[in-house]
Design a protein around this ligand. Sequence first.
Ligand code: GLP
Length: 241
Amino acid sequence: MKLIIVANPEAGAVRAAEIVIQQIKAKPASVLGLPTGGTPVGLYAQLAKAVKTKQVDLSHVKTFNLDEYYGLPKEDAQSYYTFMNVNLYAPCGLRPDQTHIPSGTAPDAEAEVCAYDAAISKAGGLDLQVLGIGGNGHIGFNEPGTDPKSRTHVVTLTQNTREANARFFTSIGEVPTHAMTMGIQTILDAKAILMLVFGSNKADILFDALKGPVSIENPASFLQNHPDVIVIADQAAGARL
Ligand code: GLP
């Protein structure tokens, strides 16, 4: 595992964009796994800038998002589809056939999650999975206790996670209770992983994930078992490392 400490989230976004762009230059048809949340917003802005200034061509890339709220239509302002469309797809001119997110309104959720893993495999597997980390160590929506062998599945969100994500909704009552997420094994099957961690509120969980035991109590700790992981942390998040 390679740890890169940067001064602040802005510097982290620039460094992360360099790594993603390097991946795409090495393999223009790269398959990228992508996160939502506050953490990757700066990275997506950097990628949009690189597309506009023709530093990178994303027209052959395929993207698979980590997760989606279950029950929210894609047009909902709080859906992860909308988040991705606003922050990455539209600014980078990605076509609908390039992007994938589980459908939060699929009538058969089990069929949807199985089809998602199959689509990732059909695309050739994830070349680079970008991750954030939840305050309890969740990756995607794999909460503590998730089977490390899990593939894309439906999850019940913990109260902590719903509270953390309530900032994007008008009230906690509106935060969905369930989500669809790539499993821990789906994530670990990626050839390379880039995790971004910013802010002092992530310092303890990041320390546990990287230096603590590999345990289902901290889903991000399973990254210790992956051969090609880069972690970019700002000084606040990396304070204990
Ligand atoms: C959300 C997402 C995760 C994300 C995490 C951290 O619940 N499902 O993929 O990494 O929370 O979010 P943030 O980057 O806003 O701290």
